[in-house]
Design a protein around this ligand. Structure first.
Ligand code: SF4
Length: 392
């Protein structure tokens, strides 16, 4: 077993590739895979390509050659996350504007399990502050094993969901008991970008020679807003693109929010929602997150929304990515590649993803509705006691 240390400091890496391969050769299982946004901007480095080379099509092709029955995109679920988290943000904001003193603001993003683990362990008095939206990885699994399994006519227990993540903490996240139904997890196995590269090499696939292939549908379609989840500031930029249009009922003329981008550890910006100033904070790296959190705890924070990612640069710098040895020029090239992918997308706002619209029409009903709450939202735990015991 391969064991490596996660920079979040609390989690360790377990290699699941053997279990994935065993599932792929099991004829009783339908094995589907989702790939996180950051993977496509870094996987090429494992095959001696320049940092910042986008390999979305080759990655899809390699996954099909490895034998996955369907190759989907976590970006689809990132669009879904925006629908849920954005609705939650606007709901809290409207209550706040109506004078509700009990409403919790700022809302904190919740898609990074390294960060979730950190606040559960260090700020257990603030468990009602973060968004309750599950991460894209977990939303994907929950929808795949209900809506998709139904569409494909297969039983939940016969579907294996694999995720390829830039992240070590996602392995721990997929194993959290609340993300399972009767012991059957929504996401069966989470592997890293590096582990996918090992699988491709192990299968003797010549990555350079692969021709680009498309993701399968319905869970392979995504927008530019979903792709930028990979970069620090990207989740909140994606949320703003949707929340602005929903709140103001006006079309956003310029979808690029340069003021939310960059590499400084803590950033802030005010976005004008047609006369309503929305104050946004961004932190990457848990030391920076702690500073923003201490302000929230002390009641001194002026933000309406805060995005926090545990890894430097966000998921492009995740512990499961090809090693970059702290070289920020590599991280910047990956980030630029992600913004290029966003710019190249025909649709760049999550609420305009036609497959997301269809998912709500056919299955979920409405964002933050009853079924969404059941499948796409979660709750948090006080882990401080456990951490104290572990530290004794
Ligand atoms: Fe995982 Fe790091 Fe991304 Fe958080 S920021 S989801 S720990 S890769």
């Amino acid at each position: 077993q391969c064991v490596a240390v996660c920079p979040t400091g609390a989690l360790s890496e377990v290699d699941n590739t053997r279990k994935v391969i065993a599932s792929l050769v099991d004829p009783s299982k339908t094995v589907i895979v989702q790939t996180a946004p950051a993977v496509r901007a870094a996987l090429g480095e494992e095959f001696d390509m320049e940092p910042g080379t986008l390999v979305t099509g080759k990655m899809t092709s390699a996954l099909k050659k490895l034998g996955f029955d369907k190759v989907f995109d976590t970006d689809f679920a990132a669009d879904l996350t925006i629908m849920e988290e954005g609705t939650e943000l606007l709901g809290r904001l409207q209550k706040h504007l109506a004078g509700d003193k009990d409403v919790k603001l700022p809302i904190l993003t919740s898609c990074c399990p390294g960060w979730v683990n950190f606040f559960e362990s260090n700020f257990p008095d603030m468990l009602d502050v973060p968004s309750t939206a599950k991460s894209p990885q977990q939303m994907f699994g929950a929808v795949a094993k209900t809506y998709l399994a139904d569409q494909m006519g297969i039983k939940r227990e016969d579907m294996i969901v694999v995720s390829v993540m830039p992240c070590v903490a996602k392995k721990y996240e997929s194993g959290r008991p609340e993300f399972a139904v009767d012991g059957n997890p929504d996401v069966d196995f989470s592997i890293t970008t590096r582990e996918l590269a090992q699988m491709i090499k192990g299968a003797n696939i010549n990555f350079d020679d692969l021709t680009d292939e498309e993701f399968d549908n319905p869970m392979g379609e995504s927008t530019g807003a979903a792709v930028i989840f990979a970069n620090t500031g990207g989740v909140i930029e994606a949320a703003v693109r949707t929340a602005y249009e929903v709140q103001t009922k006006k079309k956003l003329e310029k979808v690029d929010f340069e003021e939310l981008r960059g590499f400084e550890g803590i950033r802030s910006a005010t976005v004008d929602f047609d006369g309503l100033p929305i104050k946004i904070g961004i932190a990457h790296g848990l030391g920076n997150a702690r500073k923003l959190l201490e302000d929230v705890q002390a009641g001194k924070s002026e933000f309406h929304a805060i995005e926090i990612m545990a890894c430097p640069g966000g998921c492009i710098g995740g512990a499961g990515q090809p090693y970059h040895h702290g070289d920020t020029t590599i991280l910047k090239k990956r980030a630029e590649a992600i913004y290029r992918e966003d710019e190249g997308k025909e649709i760049r706002k999550s609420h305009e993803n036609p497959f997301i619209v269809k998912l709500y029409e056919e299955f979920l009903g409405e964002p933050c509705g009853e079924l969404s709450h059941k499948l796409l939202h979660t709750h948090y735990f006080d882990k401080k006691k456990k951490v104290e015991i572990n530290n004794d």
